[in-house]
Ligand binder design. Structure first.
Ligand SMILES: CC(=O)N[C@@H]1[C@@H](OP(=O)(O)OP(=O)(O)OC[C@H]2O[C@@H](n3ccc(=O)[nH]c3=O)[C@H](O)[C@@H]2O)O[C@H](CO)[C@@H](O)[C@@H]1O
Length: 370
């Protein structure tokens, strides 16, 4: 049996690693161990519960700031790496926990598998710090699981050996399909549905987030019949301005973060999604819900090219104009709704696990032959 250490830190990592954990558990050749770094607390607990995951190792988070968390987490991870003869460390995406997990594995000569590899904007400031973190992980990972052909191409152009890159689709779709099937999620709303909003990205903090909120207020005031649903991130840097600007509007519902199933229900019931989230850009097209990206760039241009999403930026008037355009142009709306999902078919985890079995079982055979 191969002992595989799966490292999560934030809400989206748990969602995207959960299908891999269950797939590895059922594989017959691997023993997955789940480690949670504690980077997210409450939002992570929600997700772990939803996917029936009980971490084998939970690290204690110290400090509110990223630097303090990072320094202490690195030391704790080091001990975990030294404790067991891990066959592999698995990390996902581009968070501080992802990077720390990869770096710790690398220092201990443990091969690192990077899930969702190859996403790029090539602007180290946007998204910050994620773009820098994911580029650094690509330098030290042994297995690069790219969600799309475009991501794989980016890795090849950075001279990552071709035989180390696999195109798998994004495991977020596996999670979504599992939830839809297991819980029978289906559209449950009459009429157009909600305007569903989320915003949390660090590079939008401050004036951009305020502009976004004023744009939502304009839309809500102009369309009193439209219900706006805005699950607000727990970080006070986000929640304070959101409540200050949108708190008094009767058709705007500001609620705490939804658990994963509630979020999928909200998504399928939405008319339109406005978000700076990466995961929602990947999920909304599954339900045929058009999406406006509240950023000036995206590492997921596949959604724009496929036609299921548009870049709306963070300026008040541009956002309002884009929402109004879709409100009044049912042809354009319908084209976006029917564009399909370019991010996967729900079998990414199986592809990852098959590739790892071939690679790691090969190592086992080599060890036996020595
Ligand atoms: C730069 C960048 O784009 N980086 C991304 C970032 O993640 P993100 O931007 O996608 O983060 P969020 O928006 O927090 O999460 C989204 C997920 O959470 C669910 N959700 C949301 C609100 C809620 O109230 N309830 C929920 O259940 C939602 O359905 C979705 O599945 O880090 C990931 C990890 O490394 C990366 O993969 C990913 O590239």
């Amino acid at each position: 049996m191969q002992d595989i250490l799966i490292i999560s830190g934030t809400r989206p990592e748990i969602i995207k690693l959960a299908p891999l954990y269950h797939c590895l558990r059922n594989s017959g050749w691997a023993r997955p161990h789940w480690l949670h770094t504690g980077q997210h607390g409450e939002m992570a607990r929600q997700m772990l519960g939803c996917f029936d995951i009980h971490p084998d190792i939970s690290l204690e988070r110290s400090g509110d700031g990223l630097c303090e968390f990072s320094t202490s987490c690195r030391g704790l991870l080091d001990r975990v790496m030294a404790d067991t003869a891990w066959s592999l460390v698995m990390v996902q995406g581009d968070t501080e926990s992802t990077f720390l997990g990869a770096l710790s594995g690398f220092h201990h000569h443990i091969p690192v598998a990077h899930i969702e590899a190859g996403l790029r904007t090539y602007d180290l400031e946007r998204p910050f710090p994620e773009e820098g973190l994911r580029q650094m992980i690509s330098r030290i990972a042994s297995f690069h699981f790219a969600p799309t052909e475009r991501a794989a191409q980016a890795l090849r152009e950075e001279a990552i050996p071709r035989d180390r890159i696999s195109v798998t689709g994004n495991t977020v779709i596996d999670a979504q399909q599992w939830a839809v099937q297991r819980y029978g999620i289906k559209r449950d709303i009459r009429g157009r549905g909600y305007l569903l909003v989320t915003a949390h990205r660090r590079e939008n903090w401050g004036s951009d987030l305020r502009e976004i909120c004023y744009a939502i207020a304009d839309v809500a005031n102009h369309h009193p019949e439209l219900q706006v649903l805005f699950p607000v991130h727990l970080n006070p840097t986000v929640s304070k301005p959101v409540h200050a600007i949108l708190g008094g509007l009767t058709n705007v519902c500001l609620c705490p973060p939804l658990d994963y199933l509630q979020m999928q229900q909200a998504l399928i019931d939405a008319w339109l999604v406005l978000t700076d989230s990466g995961g929602l850009q990947e999920e909304a097209p599954t339900f045929g819900v058009p999406l406006l990206v509240l950023r000036t760039e995206t590492e997921r241009p596949e959604a724009i090219e496929a036609g299921c999403a548009r870049l709306a930026g963070t300026r008040r008037t541009t956002i309002v104009n884009q929402v109004e355009a879709l409100w009044s142009d049912s042809y354009a709306y319908s084209a976006m709704a029917h564009a399909g999902n370019p991010f996967g078919d729900g079998t990414a985890s199986v592809r990852v696990v098959d590739r790892l079995r071939d690679a790691l079982a090969g190592n086992e055979r080599k060890r036996e032959a020595i």
